[in-house]
Write a protein that binds this ligand. Structure first.
Ligand code: DHB
Ligand code: MG
Length: 224
């Protein structure tokens, strides 16, 4: 039923006749053909992020965990005036992402950087501090879950006041509250929830989600 509801709502609210629908489908097909895992954000969630960016008039968005650039292409094509920086650690994912971004015609909007985010972010911080790029208005963290909190902590000084930070895969089918689950990803989800709650620079909430990628949830935090 969750999948059917997503299919029904997206067919009306983001139908195949939309200008970017073909290149988004191409990005998914190309990613699958190149052997990338099927863990991109799905259309309902990507559209939600794209609308967040538009409503907040975001000038510069950051994504950690490009994968095949599905979300970056969604954000870029829905928000023509916005710049996106996206960071990917896997060279093959990065190559496929660059091809998908080029095919989607958004190379000028999307800057993909290859490397571990904790290595790449200081360079981006310098670009922002020197005025070379606008401060971040939107951040989407969807990478190695054990570093969730480190990523949030490092990006806060790069954000404008009122910026929004989203972190994917927080609820994990309920593992978040299952004491028997002690894996690094679940621990990383707990840590980011607990640290956001203690941090005076942030105000946050977790939204549980159901849909075509099953039961999970996203953390939303606003930078004061
Ligand atoms: C996995 C990672 C993700 O970011 C996601 O959304 C779903 C699954 C994974 O590593 O299995
Ligand atoms: Mg994810």
């Amino acid at each position: 039923t969750w999948t059917a509801v997503d299919a029904y709502t997206i067919s009306h609210l983001h139908p195949p006749s939309k200008k970017n629908s073909a290149v988004l489908l191409d990005a998914l097909t190309q990613s699958r053909d190149e052997g990338l895992p099927d863990i991109a954000s799905y259309p309902v969630i990507a559209k939600f992020y794209a609308l967040q960016c538009r409503a907040m008039r975001v000038k510069h968005a950051l994504e950690i965990g490009t994968l095949g650039a599905y979300t970056s292409i969604f954000l870029a094509t829905e928000n023509p005036g916005m710049q996106i920086t996206t960071i990917e650690v896997d060279p093959h994912h990065y190559k496929v992402a660059q091809q998908n971004v080029a095919h989607a015609g958004v190379l000028e909007q999307v800057t993909a950087k290859l490397g571990a985010a904790l290595d790449v972010l200081p360079e981006l911080a310098k670009e922002i501090e020197s005025g070379g790029k606008p401060r971040l208005g939107f951040v989407y963290i969807d990478a190695d879950k054990s570093n969730n909190w480190k990523y949030v902590d490092v990006v806060i000084p790069m954000c404008e006041s009122g910026a929004v930070i989203f972190v994917d895969n927080i609820v994990r089918g309920g593992d978040l509250v299952d004491r028997a689950k002690k894996d690094a990803s679940t621990a990383g989800s707990r840590r980011v929830v607990e640290m956001v709650g203690k941090d005076d620079r942030l105000d946050g909430v977790v939204l549980q989600t159901v849909g075509e990628k099953s039961y999970d949830g996203i953390l939303m935090a606003v930078v004061r």
